[in-house]
Design a protein around this ligand. Structure first.
Ligand SMILES: *Cc1c(COP(=O)(O)O)cnc(C)c1O
Length: 345
């Protein structure tokens, strides 16, 4: 097959699937694809690129906007007139949802695990600024958010609202499709810029983003390996969750594909003491990237994933030549007291 035929074939696939995915665009795309200039990457033997989704130009950006653009189109189609979602108080997803709701002139209820914190800072402050209503579960179990999202939505229904409920962290099949579109975007950008990635590296929380990258690369029959670094749950459990979400999203595209946990390799080892707790490895990675590239990673997700990626590079453990790191955003965490207390950087 010539390069031209391959290009035409892939473009036809992109056109076909893009038509099947509803999207209400809120930002400017494509986000930049920039090569790391100064970061020492295995003595220069490895090319490292940043896909700058942190620069998504809406509501402080980040990967969550991509999922929300698809959910918003779905919500509009369903004539929903309010949003309900949830996670922890410093959630990027909740902040992004609050921004989307504000833009639509619709109310948004944020369900948070635990009790109200004393400090109103970081993403919590931004969500308040976007005028979200807050509901605390008063239970430190993160899963308490799930039942409370259903309760709050049911209450709203009884008051005559038509709520659009988004699962904790935004992890749902509809949202996954937003990340499938990101794969199409990166593929086209790589052609234009002459970049030939062999691996894509990203931080994994609830798994929706990874699921989209997995499904998208399979839809386009790309030879890219997608690798995730978990920042919260056990690696095996996350692989299964990613596979399940990718399968559900494939169903929305009328495909009977079943992904297995083994299709979604996830590395552990860089969570530190737990989700949202800054680690010294991440602090070092953040400092290294900030000083070498002028790029700010975040302490909760991308800093930890980059710590894992750099560890592999420094130890020359990767067999990949060209890596694209998806910078999924999260900088509001820098403006949260918890982060300031733990590190001097
Ligand atoms: C949510 C988030 C992720 C992880 O995305 P999931 O779809 O939850 O796996 C990565 N980086 C940032 C900055 C995030 O906010």
């Amino acid at each position: 097959m010539t390069i031209e035929t391959e290009f035409v074939n892939k473009q036809a696939l992109i056109n076909h699937y893009t038509k099947l995915i509803p999207r209400h665009v809120l930002a400017h795309y494509p986000t930049p694809l920039l090569r790391a200039n100064c970061l020492a990457t295995a003595g220069g033997a490895v090319e490292l690129w940043f896909k700058r989704d942190d620069l998504i130009s809406f509501g402080f950006g980040g990967n969550k906007i991509r999922g929300l653009e698809v959910m918003l189109a779905d919500a509009i189609r369903q004539h929903a007139n309010c949003f309900v979602t949830g996670a922890g108080v410093q959630s990027n997803h909740v902040r992004a949802t609050a921004a989307v709701a504000a833009q639509q002139g619709l109310p948004c209820t944020a369900v948070y695990w635990g009790k109200p914190p004393t400090a109103v800072d970081g993403n919590y402050r931004l969500s308040r600024l976007f005028n979200a209503n807050f509901h605390f579960t008063h239970d430190d179990d993160r899963a308490s958010v799930d039942s409370h999202i259903s309760l709050v939505a049911e209450n709203l229904r009884q008051q005559g609202y038509r709520p659009y409920a988004i699962p904790r962290g935004g992890a749902c099949a509809m949202g996954v499709l937003g990340h499938v579109l990101a794969v199409f975007e990166l593929y086209q950008q790589c052609l234009c810029q002459g970049v030939g990635p062999d691996a894509i590296v990203l931080a994994v929380g609830s798994g929706g983003t990874y699921a989209g990258w997995l499904l998208g690369t399979k839809l386009l029959k790309l030879s890219w390996t997608v690798l995730g670094f978990t920042v919260s749950r056990e690696a095996d459990a996350v692989s299964q969750q990613v596979a399940d979400l990718a399968s559900q999203a494939a169903t929305l595209l009328q495909l009977d594909w079943r992904f297995q946990a083994s299709d979604a390799p996830v590395y552990g080892g860089f969570i530190g003491q737990g989700y949202g707790i800054p680690s010294s490895e991440a602090a070092d990675a953040i400092q290294r990237v900030a000083q070498a590239e002028g790029v700010l990673l975040d302490p909760v997700y991308t800093g930890k994933a980059m710590a894992g990626l750099l560890h592999g590079l420094d130890k020359q453990q990767w067999r990949y030549k060209t890596l694209v790191f998806i910078h999924t955003g999260g900088e509001p965490a820098f403006f949260c007291g918890q982060w300031r207390m733990v590190t001097s950087t």
